[in-house]
Design a protein around this ligand. Structure first.
Ligand SMILES: [Zn+2]
Length: 252
């Protein structure tokens, strides 16, 4: 279950054409009818063409989520099995509002942490990263028909605002994060645990969200560029977990 914590939850149950996916693309659209919500349309589509998006970002920056991002939504043609789709409110000729841009960035960062979608523009249609509907042509692999979604002014905003921002975010991430302090932490979500502080080590099991662990050593893993923290299970086994801010929170 992958629900965006800051979204309005308007989830539409995945149908038989909406299998589980591991998304690696984040694709932006415009609804082109300036719709405040697409919940009604996409709900009706479930009994028709099956088209829906994972979310819709209104002009006021509010994000409505229609599909659990662990499941397919069908707005990206051949990329449906690998892509998250986000509609934005507006007409084809318009621009993203400042509030829309701010929510778009927030949603991208969430998708990056939740699904590991890289902070880059994909190089190929089946690559990974953040793009917009006609990035690889129209018709093309992301749309079977000629269209200009999300519109020329938004594509310019994508190039002028989002691309440099993605580069800044990616650069900030490559800086080594501060060494985490030792002591007690609470897990914010389910966290994989390993017997070695190594991204290639086998995942032994998953620690539940809301668990408390006492970290007694930390180790930097250069390959994954993450700090691992060591704790002892109640059976006395040493286990290592990645100490990302999205995973753990320091207690007290
Ligand atoms: Zn589109």
């Amino acid at each position: 279950m992958a629900v965006i914590p800051f979204a309005l939850n308007k989830l539409i149950k995945p149908g038989p054409n909406d299998p589980r996916i591991e998304p690696r693309l984040f694709i932006l659209h415009v609804d082109a009818g300036n719709a405040f919500s697409l919940f009604g349309l996409f709900s009706r589509n479930q009994r028709g063409n099956g088209i829906e998006s994972h979310g819709h970002i209104r002009n006021d920056g509010v994000l409505e989520q229609y599909r659990d991002t662990d499941y397919e939504a069908d707005a990206n043609y051949l990329a449906n099995p690998i892509a998250l789709s986000f509609e934005t409110q507006g007409f084809g000729g318009g621009k993203w509002t400042a509030k829309q841009l701010s929510t778009i960035k927030r949603a991208i960062l969430w998708a990056h942490r939740q699904h590991g979608i890289p902070l880059q523009v994909p190089k190929t249609w089946d690559g990974s990263g953040v793009g917009y509907h006609v990035l690889f042509g129209a018709p093309g692999k992301w749309t079977p028909v000629a269209k200009s979604c999300p519109g020329p002014k938004r594509i310019k905003q994508f190039r002028d605002v989002l691309v440099p921002w993605l580069a800044d975010q990616a650069r900030a991430e490559t800086a080594q994060p501060a060494r985490p302090a030792l002591g007690k932490y609470t897990t914010r979500q389910r966290v994989n645990r390993r017997d070695r502080p190594d991204a290639d080590a086998k995942v032994l099991s998953t620690l539940r969200a809301g668990a408390t662990v006492n970290i007694t050593a930390v180790h930097w893993d250069e390959k994954r560029r993450v700090w691992f923290g060591r704790y002892r299970t109640r059976f006395g086994n040493k286990r290592w977990i990645p100490m990302r801010n999205s995973n753990v929170q320091k207690k007290g």
